[in-house]
Design a protein around this ligand. Structure first.
Ligand SMILES: *Cc1c(COP(=O)(O)O)cnc(C)c1O
Length: 413
C-alpha cells in the first residue's frame, strides 16, 4: 500500500505500542508525556466546571476541565488511550489494582442484573471475591462448556480467564461468547497481554488486566485496566468516580512508559518459557508440566487461532508434594521466590500455599492445584541460566534428551 501514514491508519501492534496515547504531545510541544499530579483544577470559568461535572457524572471520558482528580487525570487518560489501541478497543478504564477493576466491572454488572456466571480456575482473589458474596451477586460456577446452561434472564456477566491461573488452560473464547448469547463476556487476559491475545476480536465485551503484571512489567506498579466499548466504559467510569478506585498518575505514567517495550518483553520471556518447559518435561523429578506450548498443552488448538504464542508463564509438579516444592522455593538463587508475575525477573511461587490459598480446598483440588505444583513466570534472563538455577534447586540431574530445545524456541518466534 502506497501513501503517507495518517493518524487514523491502523498500525502494527509494535508501532501502536510505541506511539499510542501520545497524540497530544506534539501540540504540547513535549517529547515525553507529562506527569500531572494535580488533585484539583482552577475553575475561573464556572460554567465550564458545571458542564464538566455533569459530563463526568454521566460517565464521559473527558470534559473541558478535569475539575477534580477523582473525575479525570490526563496522565491516566494517556495510558488508557494507549492500552485501548493495543486491545483494539474503543476505550479503556484504569483502576488502582486488578481487583479494583474487577470489582468495578461487577458493580457495573450488578446494575444490569444480580447474577453472574464464572468459570474456574480464576485468579485466587477473583475467585474469593465472587465466592464471598461481598458484592451481593449470585454466582453460578461452571465449565466453559456449561455457560449456556448456567445463563439466566438476570445474568449480567460471564467471567472467564485465559490462559487460566495457575494451570495455563486455554478457554475457547468464541465458543464461550456463542454460549453467552446476549450476556457480555469479560475475559481476564492478564497472562496473555494484547501482544498474544485480543479477546474483543473474538467477541468478548470486556478485557481485564491486572496491569501489575506484564503491562507494568517491572514489579513497581499495582494497577488494573478494563478495555471495552463506549457503553461499558461509561458505566465503569461512573463506578470509578463514585467508589474512588483510582489509578495514581505516577502508576499510569510508569505503565505508559512500559508499553513500547511490551511486545519485546513478552516475546523474549515467551522464548525463555518454551525453553524451560521443554527442559522441565525431560527432568526425572518433574511430573506434569503445564504449558500451552508443549504437546498436549493446548487440546483445543487455540495457539495460533486465538493466541499468538503460548505465553511466558508455566507450571509444573514436583514429585514429593509440599516438601519438595518448599525445597525448590528455598534453593533458587536467580529466580525470585515470590507471588505475582510478568516482571522482567523470573518469579516462582506455590499456588496451593500462596496465590490460591483463599480458594475453597475442593475447588482447588478439582482445578488441579496440587501440593507439588509450582508456577513460574519467566523473565528476561538467559533461559539456560534459568534452567541451571531450576535444575540446581530440583536437586537431581535432568535430561532433555531427544528434544531439540533450540528448534522448539525458534519455531515459536
Ligand atoms: C494479579 C492478578 C489479578 C489481580 O490483580 P491485582 O493487580 O493484584 O489486584 C487478577 N487476575 C489475574 C490473572 C492476576 O494475575
Amino acid at each position: 500500500m502506497h501513501g503517507r501514514i495518517r493518524n487514523s491508519d491502523p498500525l502494527a501492534l509494535e508501532s501502536e505500542a510505541v506511539h499510542a496515547g501520545r497524540d497530544d504531545l506534539t501540540a504540547l510541544g513535549v517529547h515525553a508525556p507529562p506527569l500531572d499530579l494535580s488533585t484539583t483544577y482552577p475553575l475561573h470559568d464556572l460554567q465550564a466546571g458545571v458542564d464538566s461535572l455533569d459530563g463526568f457524572a454521566d460517565g464521559a471520558a473527558s470534559a473541558p476541565s478535569p475539575v477534580y482528580a477523582r473525575l479525570h487525570n490526563p496522565t491516566v487518560a494517556r495510558f488508557e488511550a494507549g492500552l485501548a489501541r493495543l486491545e483494539g478497543a474503543a476505550e479503556a478504564v484504569a483502576f488502582g489494582s486488578g481487583m479494583a477493576a474487577l470489582t468495578a466491572a461487577l458493580l457495573a454488572a450488578r446494575q444490569r442484573g444480580g447474577h453472574v456466571v464464572a468459570c474456574r480456575p480464576l485468579y485466587g482473589t477473583s475467585d474469593h471475591l465472587l465466592a464471598s458474596g461481598l458484592l451481593g451477586l449470585e454466582v453460578t460456577w461452571c465449565s466453559p462448556e456449561e455457560v449456556g446452561d448456567a445463563r439466566r434472564a438476570d445474568t449480567s456477566l460471564v467471567i472467564v480467564e485465559t490462559p487460566g491461573n495457575p494451570t495455563l488452560e486455554l478457554v475457547d473464547l468464541e465458543a464461550v461468547v456463542r454460549r453467552a448469547g446476549p450476556v457480555p463476556v469479560l475475559v481476564d487476559s492478564t497472562f496473555a497481554t494484547p501482544v498474544l491475545q485480543r479477546p474483543l476480536e473474538h467477541g468478548a465485551a470486556l478485557v481485564l488486566h491486572s496491569a501489575t503484571k506484564f503491562l507494568g512489567g517491572h514489579g513497581d506498579v499495582i494497577a488494573g485496566v478494563v478495555a471495552c466499548g463506549p457503553e461499558h466504559g461509561r458505566q465503569l467510569r461512573q463506578v470509578r468516580l463514585m467508589t474512588g478506585a483510582l489509578l495514581h498518575p505516577l502508576g499510569a505514567y510508569l505503565l505508559h512508559r512500559g508499553l513500547p517495550t511490551l511486545p519485546s518483553r513478552v516475546r523474549t520471556a515467551q522464548e525463555g518459557a518454551c525453553h524451560l518447559a521443554v527442559r522441565l518435561a525431560g527432568h526425572p523429578a518433574v511430573g506434569r508440566v503445564l504449558y500451552p506450548g508443549l504437546p498436549g498443552g493446548d487440546p483445543l488448538n487455540l495457539v495460533g487461532r486465538q493466541m499468538r504464542g503460548p505465553g511466558a508463564v508455566l507450571a509444573f509438579e514436583v514429585a514429593g508434594g509440599f516438601e519438595a516444592a518448599s525445597r525448590v522455593m528455598r534453593e533458587v538463587r536467580l529466580m525470585t521466590p515470590a507471588v505475582s508475575l510478568g516482571s522482567v525477573d523470573t518469579l516462582i511461587q506455590h499456588p496451593a500455599g500462596l496465590t490460591h490459598r483463599v480458594v475453597d480446598a475442593e475447588a482447588r483440588r478439582q482445578s488441579g492445584i496440587s501440593a507439588g505444583l509450582l508456577r513460574v513466570s519467566v523473565g528476561l534472563e538467559d533461559p539456560e541460566d534459568l534452567w541451571r538455577d531450576l535444575e540446581g534447586a530440583l536437586g537431581a540431574p535432568g535430561s532433555a534428551a531427544g528434544i531439540d530445545v533450540r528448534q522448539t524456541a525458534t519455531a515459536l518466534r
